[in-house]
Design a protein around this ligand. Structure first.
Ligand SMILES: C[S@@+](CC[C@H](N)C(=O)[O-])C[C@H]1O[C@@H](n2cnc3c(N)ncnc32)[C@H](O)[C@@H]1O
Length: 380
């Protein structure tokens, strides 16, 4: 699927949001490989309109980049990084942004799907290493400044979870870090039992081919992760462990472990808020929408309305959006609602609502006459 395959309004949303996050829409890679199960099986079915799913995929790449940039900044910025590894990279959600900030020769991607690795090495010119079901068979060598595993440990069962941790931590430079995301137990469906060790596992996923014994849906407590890190990476590494609840994909908790000489006390990671227009507003009628600030203790404090690029007013969102909460179980902050009684316009120009968080980061919600990009995917 390419950008040109989606409705023109969504094409405009995608181009605009890419620019807002500091990338050039003309050079940002906007093709989704037909074999990308994460998009076609995991994200697309959650939306009525393919354009909305495409938009959310691109937005999630950009929001992941903001998290990654904060990790890189802690290590002195992108230019100071040696090689980096994206483990469980899929079809390059992260690489789409990273290649604009680092030389592709320093970027390594790895996935159990050889086709995904080959697609990325051909498309982006990055290095690839095909992974394996068993960590002992993983062929990556050398050390990396950042080993990143986004939405991968959130799928590993007990046992493999710890063994992959040990294997990946072993690939981290002393001055580097390992970052991985998990599902907290608040996200577990009712039929998944959390065992006494703090992990629950369901034998299903978006993958139609991976053995559900090695890749399913896992839900873990913070104690489980802390114990796993201590037992597999050692007491020194465990002392560096930092947890950033809900920092990735709105729902996943991000854990960061330092290399042997990498203190992480001063590491700061904040997630970008997310939001959308859910009235699919007609111009000259009220426009309503939602917003979610996932950093605990923070909130979206203002909504600015732009028609085209002209500022058209602002409002104070209210933290009362119980309907949206169902998509973000256990969210640390109540989702907000916002409303503009009337949106001036001609049906031709992009309408953008900027949801400003007290962290300083912003979510973007888009609409055109009769079209809005809607809610976030229920799962990623
Ligand atoms: C939910 S997807 C996330 C993809 C990517 N990190 C992203 O954020 O778009 C999980 C990925 O982990 C990969 N994976 C599963 N088991 C793996 C293993 N043993 N080694 C490497 N990758 C694995 C899957 O093939 C899939 O591409």
């Amino acid at each position: 699927m390419r950008l040109s395959d989606i409705e023109p309004a969504y094409q405009a949303f995608v181009r605009d949001v890419i620019g807002r996050f500091g990338f050039d829409p003309a050079t940002f890679h906007l093709e989704l490989a037909a074999a990308d199960e994460m998009f076609f099986k995991g994200i697309l079915p959650g939306y009525e309109r393919p354009g909305a799913a495409f938009y959310r995929y691109v937005e999630s790449a950009l929001r992941t980049h903001v998290v990654y940039r904060q990790l890189a900044d802690h290590l002195g910025g992108f230019s100071g990084l040696d090689r980096v590894l994206d483990f469980g990279s899929g079809y390059g959600r992260l690489t789409r942004t990273l290649r604009h900030r680092m030389d592709a020769k320093r970027i390594w991607v790895s996935d159990i799907y050889g086709d995904a690795v080959a697609w990325q090495t051909t498309t982006f010119g990055v290095n690839g290493v095909v992974s394996a079901p068993d960590p002992d068979d993983f062929q990556a060598t050398g050390k990396f400044s950042i080993v990143f595993a986004a939405s991968v440990f959130s799928h590993f069962p007990d046992g493999l979870f710890q063994r992959w941790l040990a294997r990946l931590q072993n690939l981290v430079r002393p001055d580097g870090l390992l970052a991985f995301s998990v599902h907290g137990v608040a996200l577990a469906p009712e039929d998944v039992t959390i065992g006494p060790d703090g992990i629950g596992y369901a034998r299903w996923s978006e993958s139609e081919t991976l053995d559900p014994g090695i890749y399913g849906m896992s839900y873990v407590t913070e104690d489980f992760v802390r114990r796993a890190v201590r037992e597999t990476c050692g007491a020194k590494a465990a002392e560096t462990l930092r947890c950033f609840p809900r920092a990735l994909f709105e729902k996943q908790d991000l854990y960061v472990v330092g290399g042997s000489g990498q203190p992480l006390e001063s590491l700061k990671v904040q997630a970008t808020p997310v939001g959308g227009v859910n009235s699919f507003g007609r111009l000259d009628k009220p426009w309503m929408g939602w917003g979610v600030e996932s950093n605990p203790g923070h909130q979206i404090v203002r909504a600015d309305l732009f028609v085209g690029d002209v500022f058209a007013g602002f409002t104070a969102p209210t933290a009362d959006n119980v309907a949206t909460l169902q998509f973000f179980p256990g969210a640390p902050n109540m989702p907000v609602s916002w409303l503009f009684a009337r949106v001036p316009g001609d049906g031709e120009r992009l309408v953008r609502v900027e949801l400003v968080s007290d962290t300083g980061l912003k979510a973007y919600a888009y609409g055109m006459d009769g079209v809005g990009e809607g809610r976030a995917a229920p799962r990623v």
